[in-house]
Design a protein around this ligand. Sequence first.
Ligand code: HEM
Length: 221
Amino acid sequence: MTTDQVAEPFSLSLRAAIEDGHARAQGSEFVGALLAGELNLAGYTALVTQHYFIYGALEAAGDAMREHPVAGRFVFDGLRRLPALVADLAALLGPGWRDLVEPRASTAAYRDRLAEVAATSPTGFVAHHYTRYLGDIAGGQVVRAQLRDQHGLTDAGARFYDFSAIAPVPTFRKRYRSLLDRAPWTPEERAEVVAEAGVAFDHNVAVLVELAADLPTFRAA
Ligand code: HEM
């Protein structure tokens, strides 16, 4: 590299690398129905249920990575989603919710990947962490507004989208990008983060595709 060439910050390379996966997730039929206000509460609850299993595995990985000198910097207690998901499921399904929830096959595969890679590889953990939390902080706020307007869900049932514990969000996102940019990764390790983020998007798209198979039920009044 010559002196007048400045390397692109890693956060920007990562963001560019997930563009295609993001378009597939955002453009999926299930997300389209959600944002169009076509999903009934059963459809929304099916999504919350998948999040419950996904975040159980992701936050268990966070517990495993907490002391790691680099990956541990990404573990923020204020981001923790599992308590909110437990409260949301109790609100949506009632006190017996635990007997009513099961992961879809694609969710079980995603959960296995989180246990195998995110809980054991620091770069894998950051890739999965980035894919979910930055997505929920950004796109999740669009979903939050939809839930409020369509179903009147503002608190119980939609706590998953409440990120007040890490507010203000723009400052948090800036801090997160700077963590990505300053992580002392080799080019190979950066490539691992990018590759695993691609895997994370594939899993998310697979979950959305599997949920879409039930749209006739989820669109019913
Ligand atoms: C409900 C549908 C979705 C909408 C409306 C949406 C929208 C957005 C928006 C507006 C941003 C901010 C882009 C920026 O900072 O310029 C964003 C970023 C992001 N989204 Fe989504 N998104 C959706 C679904 C998803 C899904 C399903 C995932 C993955 C599970 C995801 C992962 C991400 C990630 C990782 C980022 C951060 C990119 C970065 O700034 O580095 N999004 N999304």
